[in-house]
Design a protein around this ligand. Structure first.
Ligand code: FE
Length: 214
């Protein structure tokens, strides 16, 4: 196999999001396509199975989390259920969180902000937030989120007063977190649907507060 260092590097840099003609693919990407072709050829999977799984993965997005957060902001009973029994409450909203073993919802307050990281790799609540952003998987974030969470938040545009406590939560294969951010001020007249547009992915990881109303 013609694997050299530049190939490996290229595969790592290219990421999974960019469609390239096959001849430009790096070693690992080529290997994945070869395995896919073999699985189809041997009748283990069909092209339809694979496409269905891709569609399912792509359908999971931060919109799911934003829906949960906005509902929690307008409905205190829902919020309580979401914190007490997150997976069942997701099911109520048509969100399938069954693949998460232990799912924990962390409620931000005026005094405490929660920040989520996976120091080991890239564990992330995919059913709720879709695929993790590249920075979440970076060594830089994974180390600095623990050593200097306030500094990380500052770089995302969030300056926290000294009297606000920051709690960092390390995700694992068994444990996934969703930050329930504070409802922004000045949103009293907004509908649940409008509120959901303020709930960003990053605010549910905890690096920033949600958007302010326009
Ligand atoms: Fe991980």
């Amino acid at each position: 196999m013609g694997m050299d260092r530049s190939d490996v590097h290229h595969a790592a840099d290219t990421g999974e999001d960019h469609p390239h003609p096959k001849h430009e693919l790096g070693y690992y990407a080529k290997r994945i396509y070869a395995i896919r072709d073999l699985l189809i050829e041997k009748g283990v999977l069909t092209q339809d199975d694979i496409q269905r799984q891709i569609d399912y993965q792509e359908a999971r997005s931060p919109a799911n989390g934003a829906q949960l957060v906005a509902r929690a902001w307008v409905d205190p009973a829902f919020k309580k259920r979401l914190i007490d029994d997150p997976k069942a409450t997701c099911a109520e909203m048509g969100i399938d969180a069954t693949s998460i073993n232990e799912f924990v919802v962390l409620e931000n307050t005026e005094r405490v902000r929660h920040l989520v990281v996976c120091t080991l790799c890239s564990c992330y609540p995919r059913p709720i937030l879709g695929r993790p952003p590249d920075w979440y998987k970076s060594l830089n974030y994974r180390s600095r989120a623990v050593n200097d969470p306030r500094g990380v938040m500052r770089e995302f545009g969030q300056e926290l007063p000294d009297d606000v406590e920051v709690r960092v939560h390390d995700s694992t294969a068994d444990m996934r977190y969703l930050v329930l951010p504070l409802r922004p001020r000045g949103t009293e007249g907004m509908s649940e649907k409008e509120l959901a547009t303020l709930v960003t992915r990053d605010s549910m990881i905890g690096v920033v507060d949600p958007l302010a109303p326009q």
